[in-house]
Write a protein that binds this ligand. Structure first.
Ligand code: PEP
Length: 254
């Protein structure tokens, strides 16, 4: 089964609207001729409508960095799937470890967000990953499995084409420390087995599993070469056009 690689830049809390537009314009121009890989960017919410507009008519997708599970009501500060679609997003990252760590996102809440995003027609990039203490305690696969089970609760088989999983070991995010390709592949293969249990073997073969955690031009190619690594979720290195473009090119045609 060949899966089209997917490389997504998570800009986190970085860039003004003008800076976001400058970066995305460069990506749009320089990636126009790059085939065989799908690309997405996740700007801040305030920059998202302008970025999505600038990317209209291009294959580069605009993603939100989070997505609440309701699209209306008394939920001060939240933004739901209907608002994200209206603003021009086609994807949403859910369950990023920074949301889990600093904003109280629970496994159950991440499941509600994933379902809401997919039900509304967005693509969902469901993030899972263990902390260093969990890895050192030999709990990596169990933790990831638990996050995945909760994240996928109630996910309908019809939504599979818009479902992406991102394995992001917390100890590798923003630390400069990357999982080795073999360490990442072990977890990716496990995720695919659990996806098969939950959604069927054929569906599991089609679902892209991205790796995230200090991906940079120097390690992107070795990671994507692994059988079950289908692209990357890139934080720091997505803020510089040259680095992000090099990572996208490393994923092309694998
Ligand atoms: C991320 O935030 O999803 C991420 C992987 O960050 P970084 O690439 O900076 O480790």
């Amino acid at each position: 089964m060949s899966r089209v690689p997917f490389v997504v830049g998570n800009w986190k809390l970085n860039k003004t609207i003008a800076e976001a537009l400058a970066l995305v314009t460069e990506l749009k121009n320089q990636l126009a001729a790059v085939k065989g890989v799908q690309v997405g960017v996740a700007p801040t919410l305030v920059a998202l409508p302008a970025v999505a507009k600038r990317l209209e008519g291009t294959p580069i997708a605009t993603s939100a960095q989070d997505c609440f599970w309701e699209s209306g009501g008394a939920w001060t500060g939240e933004v739901g799937p209907a608002q994200l679609l209206d603003a021009g997003a086609t994807w949403a990252i859910v369950g990023h470890s920074e949301r889990r760590q600093f904003f109280g996102d629970t496994n159950e809440g991440v499941g509600k967000k994933t379902r809401a995003a997919l039900a509304a027609g967005l693509g969902a990039i469901l993030c899972v990953g263990e902390t260093l203490a969990e890895r050192d305690g030999g709990r990596t696969l169990a933790v990831v499995e638990e996050q995945l089970a909760a994240g996928l609760a109630g996910v309908d088989a019809a939504w599979v084409p818009r479902l992406v999983v991102a394995y992001e070991p917390v100890w590798a995010i923003g630390t400069g420390r990357t999982a080795t390709p073999a360490q990442a592949q072990e977890v990716h293969a496990h995720i695919r087995r659990r996806l098969a249990d939950r959604l069927g073997a054929a569906a599991a073969e089609t679902i892209r599993i991205l790796y995230g955690g200090s991906v940079k031009p120097s390690n992107a190619e070795a990671l994507i070469a692994e059988k079950d690594i289908d692209g990357s979720l890139v934080g720091g290195a997505s803020l510089e056009a040259a680095d992000f473009i090099a990572i996208v090119k490393a994923a092309r045609g694998t």
